[in-house]
Design a protein around this ligand. Structure first.
Ligand SMILES: Cc1ncc(COP(=O)(O)O)c(C=O)c1O
Length: 502
């Protein structure tokens, strides 16, 4: 069957195809008669059929029937203008059309799916970054961020740039040349912190822990005793590369006992598990918009305590980055002033405002509980397929589930098939864990029951197709069972609370 015939068979009739695609019926009839769908309809067809007919199939078939005449310069060939047309020699070699990404279910380590309300907000008309309406929105955004971080720190705002920029913002402002910094490394991102210390001219002292294990507070204590001149301790709260959560409160207590400041990476924890800045006494923190906040990537919420602000202001040397200099950024994001520093990514900031508002409406505790609920169900399903978690249960992050890939399975092929056949993205292992683990994210808006069920049934079906012993359906049943028992426990707790109150 050609693509035109497949369309009719999917929708039942030519009239239904025309109605779905909002086309004239005669046009659809023409496609069927000529036996192909013209190339320019490729993306619409993929969308309308939810990927059952792929844009590439339409393009290839159309091209075979009626080859597309290249207007721009083909790869490796000398440019020959056609007719009177003069081609610009810098024009792209292939014909480019508007980009329409496919609808994917994102269950990797980030980015996550974006809530429809956030997408709508992001597509609102642009306004100036000094427009009074925008300035008002910035103040609301800062207060919503303080809620998410559970802090009263005045200096809490989103830096323009991904999580890596937030990381660099903390290190470049706080680490002067010669500053000794204890960096705890138990995965990829601790390694990046070491790089940042070195590039800022600091002296890193590394506390190593095995990948998949949390940071050991005793090792930190030992390192601080050996290095009484250390000024800063840095650690990753939720190590995305392994799915392990460290005990932030204890690590901060140890660091403060030795009179150091603390930089905490909360890229994967913020919005997914408790991040209690004021209660724990975190001095400096950074996160990212595209993880449990479920916003577009490219913004990094940061927060500095008053102690850190004083520490940075007391520096005698110039901060080694113009863009990330806290003193200059304060001119735009500070409470009293609003002067030009850089052109703020206005529509992304609208989006972050909406994403944080969604968390405020849901309630922070509820959003942590949601990630946990779906983690329990996903875990039940994965374990019923014989998969084992990399991290010991008490340190497992609900929003980042790392499981060992089964022996003898082509793990990359599994991920590829999940993407191609089920539009489902999961994550691979990084560094020493490459090829050894899969990472399943349940971050923000991606933490939904339909995602858990799709993931389990798609994974079961792909593994079974590849000859791995799984009984299709068992994982879904295990997840349903887990949901059911959580619902019944919750109902009992509510009843008990009601009785107590009465
Ligand atoms: C723990 C952690 N820190 C830092 C980063 C860097 O963030 P970004 O990729 O947004 O630059 C990531 C990204 O995955 C991360 O997981």
């Amino acid at each position: 069957m050609n693509c035109a015939e497949r369309l009719v068979s999917i929708f039942g009739s030519q009239a239904e195809v025309a109605r779905t695609l909002r086309l004239d019926r005669a046009l659809v009839s023409h496609w069927v008669k000529s036996g192909y769908v013209p190339a320019r309809w490729a993306m619409e067809i993929e969308h309308a059929t939810d990927g059952r007919i792929l844009a590439n199939e339409v393009l290839n078939e159309a091209n075979a029937k009626k080859p597309v005449r290249l207007k721009s310069r083909p790869d490796g060939e000398t440019f020959i203008p056609t007719g009177s047309e003069k081609m610009n020699p810098f024009a792209p070699a292939k014909r480019i059309q508007s980009f329409h990404p496919p609808q994917r279910t994102l269950m990797g380590p980030g980015p996550t799916e974006i809530h429809p309300r956030v997408l709508t907000t992001m597509s609102q008309p642009a306004i100036g970054y000094l427009d009074p309406v925008f300035v008002e929105m910035m103040e609301e955004l800062k207060s919503l961020l303080r809620y998410a971080y559970q802090t009263k720190n005045p200096l809490t705002f989103p830096v323009s740039g991904p999580g890596s920029v937030g990381m660099e913002y903390c290190f470049v402002n706080m680490v002067a040349p010669g500053t000794k910094v204890i960096v705890c490394r138990n995965g990829v991102f601790g390694g990046r912190m070491i790089e940042n210390v070195e590039r800022a001219g600091g002296i890193p002292v590394v506390v190593e822990d095995e990948w998949g294990k949390p940071v050991d507070p005793q090792k930190l204590e030992d390192a601080l005793k050996k290095n009484p001149d250390a000024r800063i301790v840095a650690f990753v709260h939720a190590e995305t590369s392994t799915g392990a959560q460290s005990d932030a409160k204890t690590l901060i207590e140890v660091a403060h006992k030795h009179d150091t400041l603390v930089i905490m990476d909360a890229v994967t924890s913020l919005g997914g598990t408790p991040v209690l800045l004021d209660e724990w006494g975190v001095d400096a923190v950074y996160s990212a918009s595209q993880k449990c906040l479920s916003c577009t990537p490219g913004l990094s919420p940061v927060s500095f305590s008053e102690r850190v602000v004083e520490h940075v202001k007391a520096r005698k040397d110039k901060i080694h980055s113009w863009f990330m200099d806290m003193n200059l950024l304060l001119g735009y994001w500070g409470a009293s002033t609003r002067t030009y520093h850089h052109t703020a990514p206005t529509n992304s900031l609208f989006a972050l405002h909406e994403a944080l508002l969604l968390i405020r409406e849901e309630g922070l505790e509820n959003s942590w509980a949601r990630a946990h609920r779906h983690h329990v169900a996903l875990k039940a399903g994965l374990e019923s397929m014989g998969l084992t978690f990399l991290v010991e249960e008490k340190y497992q992050l609900p929003q980042m589930n790392a499981v060992r890939t089964p022996e003898g399975i082509d793990e990359a092929q599994v991920r590829k098939t999940l993407l191609n056949e089920f539009n489902l993205e999961i994550g691979a292992g990084l560094g020493p864990l490459a090829g050894k683990i899969w990472r399943f994210g349940l971050m923000g808006y991606s933490a939904r029951p339909e995602n858990v069920m799709l993931c389990l049934s798609a994974l079961g079906s792909v593994m079974s197709d590849m000859g791995h012993k799984v009984h299709v359906g068992d994982a879904e049943a295990a997840a349903h069972q887990a949901y059911a028992s959580m619902h019944s426990t919750e109902a009992k707790q509510k009843q008990a609370q009601k009785k107590k109150a009465a």
